[in-house]
Design a protein around this ligand. Structure first.
Ligand SMILES: *Cc1c(COP(=O)(O)O)cnc(C)c1O
Length: 432
């Protein structure tokens, strides 16, 4: 199986975190998001421990809330000692509602509204990660109106092309995110930040993309960022205290994806950073990273009930499920790969080739193409899509007025509700 929290029972049922998914589907109904709390904690610890060991005291691993934002996840990751990345007032509000203090929170986004900026400051956000020069001015102005000094990092684009999907590739010079080093605009922004009142520049940030499987990409970006840190020290006399390397470590969606040893990767990145700082004659800054996917993706699974099974003789086969692009739009958006299983028929031979499709009125509403299912797959069977903990619930919509599924957490053989199921009445709640 693609992750150690997945197995098969004697009667041929798919087990997740040791629990029978067929029984869970019956208890909570479908579609249903499951999350393995123990796995989330384990993933957090991998980062927190490796950070302490290889980067030292001032280092901090933050959870990128956008991967999955709800109260319980905010509580879990903070209990494990992680900071929090947020990208909107909504994510800030979720953290606050969970009782999480924002001291170790970083506010991202390429377009923070004035209302977002004010709300974040009023609630004591630790840092802004400033995207561009215009935003920098606005933050300084609003901080001035509020008579406070706001700490911030500047988000820079190191000009690196990761070999992942275009839509999740963010480190290139012409990206919509950040300010480019190559064009000289980044240095200009530092110069400006050092003159502005009501802000305190703490360092720099970069984020190069997603589904990264090796330390090489992080090593290349840290070299560029450290080079920039050395340059602004020499030219502007500014010493950066923090360097945030972003998120992006990959996860296994299918068997063919590699297994990565994140602790080993961090060790390599740390060794390289130390050597590079030494050769540049600068102090090692406090290192930050912001994993999202690698914290929650393999802690998630979605359960559905099969409906129509359509055999178009001589062409192709379809298995329809009772959810779709509304709870998982990632195949429709980027053609993302997923492993799909018939959860109540795990011991049957998989000889039936089909596309697993959703129930939305949209032919692009596909969960996965060319899936192998048991020949006997039929209405009423439980269908499981694995590794859905990241960017599924977070990207869910109400298209076709489908209510969002609940999130049930699994912990030590027990299940509990973290987000309740929306009802069809919820769909009309805001209509006047
Ligand atoms: C999306 C994002 C992350 C998290 O990326 P993952 O691939 O989920 O680890 C971290 N930082 C920034 C700035 C992001 O945009």
């Amino acid at each position: 199986m693609i992750c150690e929290n997945i197995s098969v029972s004697e009667e041929g049922h798919l087990l997740f975190a040791g629990m029978d998914t067929v029984a869970l589907a019956e208890k909570y109904q479908t579609p249903l998001y499951l999350m393995d709390e123990d796995r989330i904690r384990k993933n957090c610890r991998t980062y927190v421990e490796a950070f302490q060991k290889y980067f030292g005291e001032g280092a901090l691993a933050c959870y990128a809330s956008k991967a999955a934002s709800f109260k319980q996840i905010c509580r879990i990751v903070t209990e494990e000692g992680m900071g929090l990345d947020v990208v909107s007032s909504g994510e800030i509000c979720t953290a606050l509602a969970a009782g999480v203090s924002l001291e170790k929170a970083f506010f991202h986004s390429n377009n923070k509204t004035d209302a977002d900026i004010a709300y974040a400051m009023e609630n004591g956000i630790g840092y802004f990660v400033v995207d561009n020069a215009e935003e920098l001015e606005r933050i300084a102005e609003i901080a001035g109106e509020k008579h406070l000094t706001q700490k911030l990092l500047l988000r820079l684009t190191p000009g690196i092309d990761t070999h992942t999907y275009e839509a999740v590739n963010t480190g290139k010079v012409d990206s919509k995110f950040g300010t480019a080093i190559e064009t000289g605009q980044a240095k200009e922004m530092v110069r400006h930040a050092l003159q502005l009142k009501n802000i305190e520049l703490s360092g720099f940030h970069c984020h190069i993309g997603s589904q990264v499987f090796d330390s090489d990409t992080f090593i290349r970006s840290s070299k560029i960022m450290l080079g920039f840190i050395a340059e602004v020290k020499k030219d502007l006399g500014f010493v950066a205290k923090k360097l945030d390397l972003g998120g992006g470590y990959g996860v296994r969606y299918v068997e063919s994806h590699p297994v990565i040893d994140i602790a080993e990767n961090i060790k390599e990145v740390a060794a390289c950073i130390k050597a590079e700082c030494e050769s540049l004659g600068i102090a090692v800054p406090d290192i930050l990273m912001e994993p999202g996917r690698s914290i929650v993706a393999d802690a998630g699974m979605t359960l559905y009930t099969a409906g129509t099974v359509k055999r178009i003789t001589g062409y192709k086969n379809y298995v329809s499920i009772d959810g779709g692009m509304t709870d998982n739009p990632r195949f429709a958006l980027y053609g993302s790969e997923y492993t799909v299983e018939a959860a109540n028929k795990m011991r049957e031979a998989k000889t039936f080739l089909c596309d697993v499709v959703g129930r939305c009125c949209e032919s692009g509403d596909i969960i996965q193409k060319n899936v192998r299912m048991p020949e006997s797959i039929q209405r009423g069977d439980t269908v499981a899509v694995l590794t859905t903990g990241a960017y599924n619930y977070a990207m869910a919509s109400h298209y076709n007025r489908l209510p969002k599924p609940p999130i049930v957490m699994l912990k030590g053989g027990q299940d509990y509700l973290a987000v309740r199921r929306e009802t069809i009445e919820d769909m009309v709640r805001y209509d006047v």
